[in-house]
Write a protein that binds this ligand. Structure first.
Ligand SMILES: O=C(CO)COP(=O)(O)O
Length: 256
């Protein structure tokens, strides 16, 4: 059975004290209010990973995981400012986001670089959350399926089939991120089903069936349940609404 996952991408928000308080609140509310059938991933900034891993670890919550927002394509060495996959793994990181649209846009990350980053994450035994999704101009031009297909094909489809049990896809249409404009359940389902069909075509149907595909982009408690009710939507990658414990936990509950 494929996993249901709700992941909170905090982006560049919270001081350490604020982040620790938010993580503690979320952990306690998840314990008190949810049935633990959903994997919860907290994805704070790099600086908070080690202390938040301790918060998760000391409570031994096997359904709560730690994620990082990016990692270097390089293994180690003279790359000032970079954080390697080995470093992330050494502080307890379970999941790493690669290919977020904000990295693609503001840091000019291309298909080839993202393929290297994906490989690094998997080599170090972590789970990959690979983001894809089209900008508004592409959506309006109508060729969004081809656009998403190229993102997957160019960065992931060289990977060996046995690595796919460690890969999660997040479809995040750029026009829905931080805009308050969510994709409709039908719009999201169309792309999710297409992504699954591409994986089935490149690998096989059984493998594709097991891959969790998350939706991201203005997902909130008010719209989460109808998105998660779609056949190929297995959870969410949540930005703004993951910074408030109440809304994040309500989204987790909508996924149960
Ligand atoms: O980019 C996102 C998660 O990675 C989505 O952000 P919002 O939920 O703030 O739209």
């Amino acid at each position: 059975m494929r996993k249901k996952i709700v992941a909170g991408n905090w982006k560049m928000n919270t001081t350490l004290a604020e982040g620790q308080a938010l993580a503690s609140e979320i952990i306690h509310m998840v314990e008190d209010e949810t049935d633990r059938s959903v994997q919860v991933v907290l994805i704070p900034p790099f600086t908070h990973l080690y202390p938040i891993n301790k918060l998760i670890g000391s409570l031994r919550k096997k359904h709560i995981y730690l994620g990082a927002q990016d990692c270097s394509a390089h293994e180690k060495g003279a790359y000032t400012g970079e954080v390697s996959a080995a470093m992330l793994q050494s502080v307890g990181v379970d999941y790493v986001i690669v290919g977020h649209s904000e990295r693609r846009e503001y840091h000019a990350e291309n298909h080839a670089l993202l393929a290297q980053k994906a490989r690094r994450v998997l080599e170090h035994g972590m789970q990959l959350i690979f983001c894809c999704g089209e900008p508004l101009s592409v959506r309006e031009a109508g060729n969004y399926l081809e656009y998403v297909e190229a993102q997957l094909r160019e960065s992931l489809f060289e990977l060996e089939a046995d690595l796919w049990e460690h890969i999660v896809i997040a479809y995040e249409p750029v026009w829905a991120i931080g805009t308050g404009k969510t994709a409709t359940p039908e719009q999201a389902q169309e792309v999710h089903a297409y992504i699954r069909s591409l994986i089935a075509e490149r690998y096989d149907k059984a493998l594709a069936h097991e891959v969790s595909i998350l939706y991201g982009g203005s997902c909130k408690p008010e719209n989460a349940a109808e998105l998660f009710a779609q056949a190929d939507i297995d959870g969410g990658l949540i930005g703004g609404a993951s910074l408030k414990s109440r809304s994040f936990v309500d989204i987790i509950k909508a996924c149960q």
